[in-house]
Design a protein around this ligand. Structure first.
Ligand code: FAD
Ligand code: DHB
Length: 393
């Protein structure tokens, strides 16, 4: 078997890239360890930046998102139960965000993949990229017990944080930068109307809470919890009580309780690998970097990576130039590091750390009060939240 680009992982990074390459007339094969239902069903991100919305449109897969997604022109912050609003659109010259779940994005991607005849092999086990530092790389895997191999020009690791691609880069070359946070997010989905029109990010003495949504009838809530805590320790009543306490009385009065149908605890981590390329291997999305979810940046960074990489691959196949491929890691990392900074900062501003002293909490409250009263501070938050430009001046 031969293809031009072998992509490992059929998450958002892998499928967006496969469709971008198809658009550019470049042949690709996607290898995924899990089943399609599993990848599509994972409850993850909820917020799309303009860059992701525009990519959906450009690929011709944005129609359902525009029908069912919710455009938010701003967000709410809460400090000790007092809620205030930040208007992104006013502060950024009209930019907004789109609330549309990652599982919906995955459905739209998979529909297009099927319609455009892009080849994705699910349940591919033992995927092993090889000869990556030569001009003849290849990937082997196992499919229904049969050993397979594809020869290619390039391999792209879109295989997430726990993938195989990153580990192919020699330790002497790979640099990693990491911050592990001493808490997690307990998330629930429930078929109840959201408590507010736009999201609420709450800093409370007892810890962080986030009120989000998937639709006018489906809510997504998160509360900060200790990493040692177990799901079983969080029956729905306890979660609703905690959400209401942390959001404060004004928002709590509008919270509709109901049975949760999804409940999980996710750890928080900042992580970046440099470089995002070694020989004929490129990394994109979570395979190369992780952000804590506070800034809603993970999925959006996967999108900007694959836009940069598809442009570079298109340039290579159009005129043989390696320049953009050589520049991919530098270009992608420049945007990644800014999103890492924002996500780290927003996490620090809104969460309770185990060693927080009264002074630290006063600093958080003072900064939130400053944001509440300063257009300049709000503009900084807004332009980062809606997403920094792909092509900075
Ligand atoms: P992934 O989605 O991880 O996809 C990688 C794919 O590669 C997977 O399908 C995996 O099965 C496959 N794979 C892995 N190893 C192999 C292998 N060896 N062989 C073959 N295939 C392999 N981001 C936001 O923007 N906002 C949020 O609110 C948000 N919430 C999140 C909540 C949770 C619980 C988690 C875990 C993440 C969240 N994220 C959020 C992050 C966001 O979901 C990710 O950034 C996004 O999924 C990255 O896409 P990706 O394609 O790079 O990686
Ligand atoms: C959601 C998740 C986030 O991490 C975030 O910052 C905003 C919204 C969500 O799942 O809805």
């Amino acid at each position: 078997m031969r293809t031009q680009v072998a992509i490992i992982g059929a998450g958002p990074a892998g499928l967006f890239l496969a469709l971008l390459l198809r658009e550019a007339g470049i042949d690709a094969l996607v290898l995924e360890r899990q089943t399609q239902d599993y990848v599509q069903g994972r409850v993850r991100a909820g917020v799309l930046e303009q860059v992701a919305v525009e990519l959906m449109d450009r690929l011709g897969i944005g129609a359902r998102m525009h029908r069912e997604g919710l455009i938010h022109t701003g967000t709410n912050l809460a400090v000790d139960g007092e809620v205030f609003h930040i208007n992104f659109a006013k502060l950024t010259g009209g930019q907004t965000i789109m609330v549309y779940g990652q599982s919906e994005v995955m459905k739209d991607l998979n529909d297009a993949i099927a319609a455009r005849d892009v080849k994705v092999i699910y349940e591919a086990t033992d995927v092993a990229p090889q000869a990556l530092d030569t001009v003849d790389p290849f990937v082997t895997w196992c499919e229904n017990g049969v050993a397979k191999r594809v020869d290619c020009d390039f391999v792209v690791g879109c295989d997430g944080y726990h993938g195989v691609a990153r580990s192919c880069i020699p330790a002497s070359i790979l640099k990693t930068f990491e911050r592990v946070y001493p808490f997690g997010w307990l998330g629930i989905l429930a078929d109840v109307p959201p408590c507010e029109e736009e999201l609420i990010y709450a800093n409370h003495e007892r810890g962080f809470a986030l009120a989000s949504m998937r639709s006018p009838t489906r809510s997504r809530y998160y509360v900060q919890c200790a990493l040692s805590e177990k799901i079983e320790e969080w029956p729905d009543d306890r979660i609703w009580d905690e959400i209401c306490t942390r959001l404060g009385p004004e928002a709590a009065a509008k919270v509709t309780r109901g049975p949760s149908f999804e409940k999980s605890i996710a750890p928080l981590r900042s992580f970046v690998t440099e470089p995002m390329r070694w020989g004929h291997l490129f990394l994109a999305g979570d395979a190369a970097h992780i952000v804590p979810p506070t800034g809603a940046k993970g999925l959006n960074l996967a999108v900007s990576d694959v836009i940069f990489l598809s442009e570079a691959l298109a340039e290579y196949y159009e005129n043989g130039s390696q320049a953009a491929l050589d520049n991919y890691s530098t270009r992608a990392l420049a945007r990644v590091w800014k999103a890492e900074r924002f996500s780290w900062w927003f996490t620090g501003l809104t969460h309770r750390f185990p060693n927080t002293e009264p002074f630290d909490r006063k600093m958080q409250v003072a900064e939130l009060e400053y944001i509440r009263s300063s257009r300049a501070a709000q503009a900084t938050l807004a332009e980062n939240y809606v997403g920094l430009p792909l092509r900075p001046n």
